[in-house]
Design a protein around this ligand. Structure first.
Ligand SMILES: [Zn+2]
Length: 224
């Protein structure tokens, strides 16, 4: 068994759990040993005792993989900084991925960085309702497979949850107060008068579209 395969067997905790390349790592370890041996030749006595600190030879062995990622990033028009920021263990996890999978991985890295910066990926043009985040942008292919309740594709979590937890900005699809559980219509002119928001988001006309993170068609007592 070569050094990288041994390294990944020891890495019971991924370097970055949010990293899509870490998903299925164990499966890759089980099935890709022979491929690894063809791609990277590292002597086992170079293995580090602490996974957080790789020896120079092991780090050197990862350079061709990182170079491949950089070449793919250049071809796909993706910022090379996403590759440079990768931990060596994340790079090692890429050994078992083909070029198409690596391109998808790089695209996910770029999308994740964009969400951190408060930008929705260009292809995320559909609106969904996350149980935790409220209305958010999502890719239409994902929205299409979600259960739809009260007109909203819904899920218990979403790709913006980590942004919310970090206190970052979430760009929102526009909504109307009409139909929102928090909205109390004007008593004199319910259809068109300015009503009030029970979630503390101010006063709005019922059909005026605006961004709102607390919009919900569920009654307050139904919310988690
Ligand atoms: Zn969410």
């Amino acid at each position: 068994m070569n050094a990288l395969a041994e390294l990944r067997k020891r890495a019971s905790t991924p370097a970055n759990p949010a990293n899509p390349a870490n998903q299925g790592r164990q499966r890759a370890v089980d099935s890709q040993d022979s491929q690894d041996s063809q791609r990277v030749e590292v002597k086992s006595h170079f293995l580090p005792t602490a996974l957080s600190v790789l020896s120079a030879p092991v780090a050197d062995a990862l350079k061709p993989i990182r170079a491949h990622l950089l070449a793919l990033a250049a071809a796909e028009g993706i910022d090379a900084a996403h590759v440079h920021r990768l931990h060596d263990l994340d790079v090692a996890a890429c050994v078992s991925l083909d070029a198409l999978q690596l391109a998808g991985y790089l695209a996910m890295l770029a999308d994740t960085a964009g969400r951190h910066a408060g930008r929705a990926p260009a292809g995320d043009t559909a609106a969904m309702h996350c149980e935790q985040c409220g209305p958010v942008w999502i890719h239409p292919d994902i929205a299409a497979v979600l259960p739809v309740v009260d007109g909203w594709p819904r899920a218990l979590g979403c790709p913006w949850c980590f942004v919310r937890k970090a206190g970052g900005h979430i760009p929102r699809p526009s909504v109307t107060c009409e139909g929102c559980a928090h909205f109390t219509p004007d008593t004199i002119n319910p259809a068109a008068g300015m009503g009030t928001c029970g979630a503390g988001m101010g006063m709005h006309w019922p059909i005026t579209r605006h961004a709102c993170g607390t919009h919900s068609t569920r009654k307050p007592h139904e919310e988690a």
